[in-house]
Design a protein around this ligand. Structure first.
Ligand SMILES: Nc1ncnc2c1ncn2[C@@H]1O[C@H](COP(=O)(O)OP(=O)(O)OP(=O)(O)O)[C@@H](O)[C@H]1O
Ligand SMILES: [Mg+2]
Length: 269
């Protein structure tokens, strides 16, 4: 088993009564698997991902439980130890692609950034690795994009640049937090195809977060459904999609078409 999450809880203590954004979340993942997490807004999906990546270590937040990744409990690591895992063994694509790319840095330099931190490579080696990751992420003409600025890319290409950055250290687990939500349907489908391809070719396991069960179904083998920090249902994605046990899951399925209206129009150009 690659990842064994047991009773992960994330409790905020800064607003009077303690509030469990994540409440005893458990999930096991094998190498090379693609697992989805779905749930309405505020159900705790991002907090789960951030807790795994060690991104919510603050005094007013209590993170408990365990998350054993290839034999090591990520939650018990020191900040320093965890830094060695971040990006290298497990990597995350964030929910807000626009704010995650630095507008003052060329795309290539950003894709290379984690290589600079984690590995000792020559400039040429770094560039070769960056171009390789960019091609894997489905960026056309990586050489050209390497020299471009983020504002010169479409939304879909920016998201692909984020994927390239997440892949450049060849992680074994990729956490993708709503990576396609801001994109129009066609671009979204293309990026899902790319993620599938990366999974097939590189064997990278993917924990894919979305509020859209249809999107999860297109990509994942298994899914867990979250509500108010808790898992309410889980199983093979087709059985959850076609035979949901919970009313909440049925609601997530039937409310799909209204999503685009809620989120506004297309942003990709
Ligand atoms: N600093 C904080 N203090 C208290 N509660 C917080 C804090 N930050 C986030 N929360 C709460 O944690 C819960 C889970 O948030 P999270 O971002 O994980 O939801 P999500 O499922 O990712 O939603 P979305 O689909 O909108 O991205 C929410 O109810 C949110 O209000
Ligand atoms: Mg979120």
């Amino acid at each position: 088993m690659m990842l064994d999450i047991r009773d992960l809880s994330v409790v905020f203590t800064d607003r009077g009564a303690p509030f469990a954004a994540v409440d005893r979340f458990s999930l096991q993942m094998d190498r090379g698997e693609i697992v989805g997490i779905v749930g309405e807004s505020g159900s705790g999906k991002s907090m789960t991902a951030h807790a795994l990546m060690g991104l919510i270590r603050r005094s007013e937040v209590e993170v408990s439980g365990s998350a054993v990744f290839e034999g090591t409990d990520l939650l018990s690591l020191s900040r320093e130890e965890l830094r060695r895992y971040q990006g290298r063994d497990l990597s995350i694509i964030f929910q807000e692609p626009m704010t995650s790319l630095n507008p003052t840095m060329r795309v290539g330099a950003q894709v290379e950034e984690s290589l600079r931190i984690h590995e000792r490579l020559s400039r040429g080696e770094r560039k070769a690795r960056a171009l390789e990751a960019m091609a894997l992420a489905g960026l056309p003409e990586p050489e050209a994009v390497y020299r471009q600025w983020p504002h010169q890319l479409s939304g879909g290409m920016r998201q692909r640049a984020m994927i390239a950055s997440a892949l450049v250290l060849r992680p074994r687990l990729l956490i993708a937090d709503e990576p396609t939500t801001a994109l129009d349907v066609t671009i979204q489908a293309q990026i899902l195809e790319t993620l599938k391809d990366i999974n097939r070719r590189e064997g990278v396991a993917i924990l894919f977060i979305s509020h859209d069960l249809g999107v999860v179904r297109a990509l994942c083998g298994r899914v867990v459904v979250m509500r108010q920090g808790k898992i309410v249902e889980s199983g093979p994605v087709d059985s959850v999609f076609y035979h949901p046990r919970e009313d909440y899951t049925k609601l997530l399925i039937s409310s799909r078409p209204s999503r685009k209206k809620l989120r506004g129009g297309r942003e990709d150009g």
